[in-house]
Design a protein around this ligand. Structure first.
Ligand SMILES: Cc1ncc(COP(=O)(O)O)c(C=O)c1O
Length: 389
């Protein structure tokens, strides 16, 4: 199915104002998402926050169904939280590691995840080991297979890294971790909303995602998936009266579903809008979105690659919507500022957001242009012309 780009742009108020090539940062929400968000905020102001929540309970509950459908899970396996980092943390800090336990990660690891890994390794005596990349710069599945043993308690994989077009071979990794009986925690922050993500097909046990990027939901929204069989084994690092219940004898009992990873007070308007964003993506179809995102990014990558003084930095066999590059003799900040003056949004990725990868490749910063299906070929070409100029 091909997407009706004109209609989708008319449905995106931001398209009138900017050429938005920062969808890996925070995308432009479509009108139904914006309306749901603002509509609920207005209702809160009209009748009160708790009252508006009661009135809209079905819509809030629908968000769990929509997110579950989006990733091939069931609603009991979904927790809505503030962002991808909090989702990842709630999953990761629920594991009880002991001295000598091994945690495996990859070169694409994201800064916040790495910091959490280091903190937990320091406090528990677990070790972190980095699975090498293969010759394409992606997570080496054969190396993972060789590294697995009974001491490995968790594998952390970034599906699509913040720093490039790479799409890691999540399904191949999932086949290996599943066969070994080792939980796989998938950071799907940049992949959900960009490409089809199915937790069963991948074989991951935990998945973290954010709302504001390729899903086009409001900022301050995200979610966690935890496989049903694992929920009962994991005690979250924080529990409140929503996640657990205070019993008359002073003890507490945790919820049976993934909402044990949530907290009580929440951004209800954002949560409703997150469900609308998931419905929107589902209605367009993730296959169609993925096809168009890949085509736009390939066009951009190839045109930049043919432009003098520009080096494209993306790796991997399968490449997605994120295009990273540098321009000889110009800082990334210069490029971003020059583009911003033309109302073209891109972002900068610095080494400290993904040191395992970027330090090894000797890259201290790069320009990141990230397309999404509502962008046009003309916008992509204009970016190339502006950078060339
Ligand atoms: C790969 C990856 N993981 C995690 C995150 C963190 O997401 P959030 O800012 O929603 O916590 C990002 C953000 O850019 C990311 O690119």
């Amino acid at each position: 199915m091909t997407l009706d780009v004109e209609r989708l742009r008319a449905d995106t108020p931001g398209c009138e104002h900017v050429t938005h090539l920062n969808n890996a940062g925070s995308s432009l929400p479509p009108r139904p998402v914006l309306d749901a968000n603002i509509g609920h905020l207005r209702r809160e102001a009209e009748i009160g926050g708790y009252e508006a929540h009661n009135e809209q309970r079905e819509r809030v509950e629908h968000t769990y169904d929509a997110l579950a459908r989006l990733i091939g899970a069931s609603r009991e396996e979904i927790a809505c939280v503030e962002n991808a980092t909090r989702a990842w943390d709630m999953a990761f800090y629920s594991f009880r590691f002991a001295p000598g336990d091994r945690i495996l990660t990859g070169h694409a690891e994201y800064a916040s995840n790495w910091i959490a890994l280091r903190q937990v390794a320091h406090t528990t005596g677990a070790t972190i080991e980095v699975v090498p990349d293969d010759e394409h710069g992606q997570f080496d599945v054969s190396a993972l297979e060789r590294m697995l043993d009974e001491k490995v308690k968790l594998v952390s994989l970034v599906h699509v890294p913040t720093q490039g077009g790479l799409v890691n071979p999540a399904e191949a990794v999932g086949r290996v971790t599943r066969a070994a009986g080792v939980p796989l925690l998938l950071d799907a922050c940049q992949s959900v909303g960009q490409l089809p993500v199915d937790v069963e097909a991948i074989g991951c046990d935990l998945l973290s995602a954010t709302g504001r990027k390729f899903l086009r939901a409001p900022r301050g929204t995200g979610f966690l998936y935890v496989r049903k069989e694992l929920i009962g084994e994991l005690e979250p690092p924080f529990l409140d009266m929503h996640a657990a219940a205070w019993q008359p004898d002073g003890s507490y009992t945790m919820r049976d579903d993934a909402r044990r990873f949530e907290n009580w007070e929440t951004y209800v308007a954002g949560k409703i809008a997150l469900g609308v964003a998931a419905d929107y993506a589902l209605e367009l179809g993730l296959d169609a979105i993925w096809e168009r995102d890949q085509a736009l990014a390939a066009r951009l990558r190839s045109a930049l690659g043919e432009t003098p003084d520009i080096t494209v930095l993306d790796q991997g066999v399968t490449k997605g919507a994120i295009v990273t590059f540098r321009v000889a003799g110009r800082s990334a900040a210069d490029i971003r500022a020059a583009l911003a003056a033309e109302r073209v949004n891109v972002s900068i990725t610095e080494a400290e957001s993904a040191r395992l990868d970027l330090d090894e490749r000797g890259i201290d910063e790069m320009v990141r242009a990230s397309v999404h299906y509502f962008n046009t070929e003309q916008e992509v070409d204009r970016l190339v012309a502006l950078v060339a100029a």
